[in-house]
Design a protein around this ligand. Structure first.
Ligand SMILES: NC(=O)c1ccc[n+]([C@@H]2O[C@H](COP(=O)([O-])OP(=O)(O)OC[C@H]3O[C@@H](n4cnc5c(N)ncnc54)[C@H](OP(=O)(O)O)[C@@H]3O)[C@@H](O)[C@H]2O)c1
Length: 300
């Protein structure tokens, strides 16, 4: 199948491209640095700087992951605008592409995050749970609404509420592993906040699973079935590295250092993949122990 992917050069997109390349799909990637995309992704792709540039192609599906990294810098008003606008622009261009294609694709799989739900304390969170209104929710809601507006009788739109993506060479483990390896790891605040997570390989398999289904409309929680608290995450990561994690970073210090963005670390949602499990998706890495052990084994 010919598949357009925005954000293909990113942590998730690269793994997705490699997986689909092996399966024989033709990858048409959108990158602001289209001349460098192929070298970054390391499998053959056709790269262009806007989704609209693929209007002369035949497109079977679109995956939309592009956006300013959420944890790049403090959330000033200007940075919040950039976080939202970068995602709305990429999604708008996908819509423009669909308008211009002779035959629009049957599926659009678009990004979102567990931040959609905001701070949910310790209750279980499914796709039906009402969100807590805060900036992360607004960002995800606006991103999802922009994508869902593109749904037509011909094209279904799925929004993936992605948990923290785990693998060795990117995402949150990239800065955390070196700290924990030095024995400098520790929990954040009280450590009771939930951290929904997903192994990157399972996230790629989830996207592939949706590519092959006919009924994908709406939101899907894309996190492993066993989300953990920050305290459990800290203990499990330290154990996977055979190191202690004795420290506690007080919530007040995290808040002072990061401002509003500290919500991402100090609050969370016990998000479970209710829809995926009901649809029969099987996780290769259902528990954090299994995921981190596999990641460390590959890193060795
Ligand atoms: N990783 C996680 O733990 C996680 C968790 C929940 C949700 N998500 C969401 O899932 C998506 C993919 O995650 P990821 O970790 O693969 O992201 P990533 O590594 O940060 O990559 C996203 C891609 O978006 C493009 N991009 C970055 N800044 C941009 C900007 N200002 N304007 C337009 N495009 C920009 C970049 O592509 P080019 O430089 O090639 O244009 C980049 O490769 C993201 O939107 C992220 O918010 C990720």
């Amino acid at each position: 199948m010919n598949i357009v992917i925005t954000g293909a050069t990113g942590f998730v997109g690269q793994a997705l491209c490699r997986y689909w390349h092996e399966q024989g799909h033709t990858l048409m990637v959108v990158s602001r640095q289209s001349d460098k995309a192929q070298a970054t992704i390391r499998v053959p792709v056709m790269a262009r700087s806007s989704a609209i540039d693929f209007a002369d192609q035949s497109v079977g599906a679109i995956v939309n992951l592009a956006g300013e990294p959420i944890f790049n810098r403090r959330w000033s008003e200007a940075q919040k605008k950039k976080l939202i606008d970068s995602r709305l622009k990429a999604t708008h261009d996908v819509g423009e592409l669909c308008q211009r294609l002779a035959t629009p694709p049957a599926r659009l799989i678009s990004g979102s995050a567990m931040g959609y739900y905001g701070d949910q304390g310790s209750r279980e969170v499914t796709e039906q749970t009402s969100p807590h209104k805060e900036f992360a929710h607004r960002l995800c809601r606006e991103w999802e609404e922009a994508a869902q507006q593109l749904a037509t009788d011909q094209m279904q739109v799925a929004c993936l509420r992605i948990g923290l993506v785990l693998d060795r060479d990117g995402g949150m483990l990239k800065p955390m592993r070196p700290m924990f390896r030095l024995g400098l790891g520790g929990r954040l605040g009280k450590g009771r906040q939930y951290m929904p997570w997903v192994h990157r390989h399972d996230l790629v398999r989830i996207i592939d699973f949706l590519l092959q289904r006919d009924d994908i409309s709406g939101a899907w929680n894309a996190g492993a079935p066993a989300p953990v608290t920050n305290a459990k995450f800290t203990r499990t990561l330290a154990a996977s590295l055979n190191r202690p994690a004795p420290f506690v970073m007080p919530g007040s210090v995290v808040s002072l250092a990061l401002g509003e963005m500290s919500q991402l670390l100090l609050t969370g949602a016990r998000m479970v993949p209710a829809r995926l499990e009901a649809a029969g998706f099987r996780f290769e890495y259902p528990t954090l122990e299994k995921a981190l052990t596999a990641i460390e084994r590959r890193a060795a």
